[in-house]
Design a protein around this ligand. Structure first.
Ligand code: UDX
Length: 429
């Protein structure tokens, strides 16, 4: 099929290259000229495992192309996905000017039937606004449909998640839209749920809020574990074996970050407020997540006594492993707080360094975990990259000023480290 994706961010770029891989002809559009110029030269703006190869292969096969022209997209595709960013405004509301602008542009160039699909995470009822905007600016009165097809992929495993989703949600208003999307998704083996547009939009809000709730719940249980001497890793395992609960998203640690969960939660609390519902549960979920950072900082200060002048070696800067994304990274938020206490920070991350170097000029960055450990009073692991799990701890112990490890993601075996002579501090254990 001939389709377009407007927006070449994480969701847009992955969606475009995966649909191309499935055999469709895809145009990926973005208004950032430099980004599109680079993409044409196969230089990607983000790191996502496997994405570069996928883009390369499909550009070569002429199934994937890049453009800054929405007109080109509308002229050449039956289905147009909107995957532009919806950054949070200061009051927590998502900024939808990007979406409105795309709707307006699409309307201006409509010549024959098109299906416009919202894929960005948007407030419930945005679909209606997209429809109204297109109707008002659709001078030739061309037939069109609007649909909602929320995306659930996670950064770091985005291609796998796109190709093997747990479910596909299609919020549609006509048989025609339903059939087009069915055809497009036919090669992907996953249950398809057909809903109205508003329900599809709400499914996305509710899913991300539920995931955030699971994380804050387990972080709250971790507090109780610490106070009683229980082990959160075992407790989470025991809870997760109940099929009704499930074992995913029950890792206690430093709390959730990233471009989605914090922003989506704020947006949902805000939407509920506007609809006249005080979503107290989600407000507490947010509060627990914010407190979790302070809880980690407290662990460091309890172990180091005086913070001023001490050196903390930080392993992990991205908001999660297997990405270079540092948006809302808990690691960077903790570093900022430690810097206020005049702690010297040394840091390492397998993929995050270029973005951190650009935005946080005053963090000392090193190219190996061992350089970070050297002369540190505390080694703080805050993003659970695989390479941190197999460090040479004998070497680390020799290099550190004092052998203290704060494992904010519970990735190490406490007994092993204690036997080696480390002071080990985890979360909820
Ligand atoms: C999330 C949703 O999972 C995805 O469905 C949605 O489309 C976009 O938002 P993403 O932000 O890429 O995806 O990452 P995710 O894997 O959900 O992790 C979010 C944050 O939660 C990370 O900071 C991670 O470290 C944290 N997390 C996750 C935990 O603290 N504990 C867990 O058990 C799981």
């Amino acid at each position: 099929m001939e389709i377009s994706i407007i927006g070449a961010g994480y969701v847009g770029l992955v969606t475009a290259s995966c649909f191309a891989e499935l055999g469709n002809r895809v145009i990926c559009v973005d208004n950032d000229l430099i980004k599109i110029k680079k993409l044409k030269k196969l230089i990607l703006p983000i790191y996502e495992p496997g994405l570069k190869e996928l883009v390369k292969r499909n550009v070569k096969r002429k199934r994937l192309s890049f453009s800054t022209s929405i007109k080109e997209a509308v002229d050449n595709s039956k289905i147009i996905f909107i995957a532009v960013g919806t950054p949070a405004k200061e009051n927590g509301e998502p900024d939808l000017t990007g979406i409105e602008n795309v709707a307006f542009q699409v309307a201006k160039h409509l010549k024959s039937y098109r299906l416009i699909v919202e894929k960005s995470t948007v407030p419930v009822e945005t679909g209606i606004w997209i429809k109204r905007t297109i109707q008002l600016n659709n001078i030739k009165k061309v037939d069109f449909d609007v649909a909602s097809n929320p995306e659930f992929l996670r950064e770091g495993s985005a291609i796998h998640d796109f190709m093997h989703p747990d479910r596909i949600i299609l919020g549609v208003e006509s048989e025609r839209a339903k059939e087009l999307l069915f055809r497009l998704y036919q090669p992907i083996k996953a249950p398809i749920l057909i809903t109205d547009i508003k329900s599809a939009e709400l499914i996305k809000h509710a899913s991300n809020s539920f995931l955030a709730t699971k994380i804050s719940f387990i972080n709250a249980i971790a507090q109780i574990c610490e106070k009683t001497g229980a082990d959160i890793v075992k407790v989470a395992e025991g809870i997760g074996l109940d099929k009704r609960i499930g074992k995913e998203f029950l890792k206690a640690g430093a709390g959730y970050g990233g471009a989605c969960l914090p922003k989506d939660l704020d947006a949902f609390i805000n939407i509920a407020e506007k609809l006249g519902y005080d979503f107290q549960l989600l407000k507490v979920v947010k509060k627990i997540n914010e407190d979790q950072k302070n809880f980690i900082i407290k662990k460091i200060s309890n172990a180091l006594w005086i913070l001023e002048g001490k050196t903390v070696g930080v392993l992990g800067l991205t908001f999660k492993p297997n990405t270079d994304d540092i948006r809302n990274s808990v690691s960077l938020q903790i570093i900022e707080e430690l810097k206020k206490e005049r702690v010297n920070i040394k840091a390492y991350d397998p993929k995050g360094i270029p973005k951190v170097r650009k935005l946080f000029k005053d963090i000392k960055l090193y190219n190996s975990p061992y350089k970070v450990a050297e002369d540190s009073d505390c080694l703080l692991v805050i993003t659970e990259w695989e390479e941190f799990k197999n460090l040479n701890f004998n070497k680390i112990k020799r290099l550190m000023h004092q052998p203290l490890i704060v494992d904010a993601r519970n990735i190490f075996d406490p007994e092993k480290l204690k036997t080696m002579g480390f002071q080990y501090i985890g979360v909820g254990r």
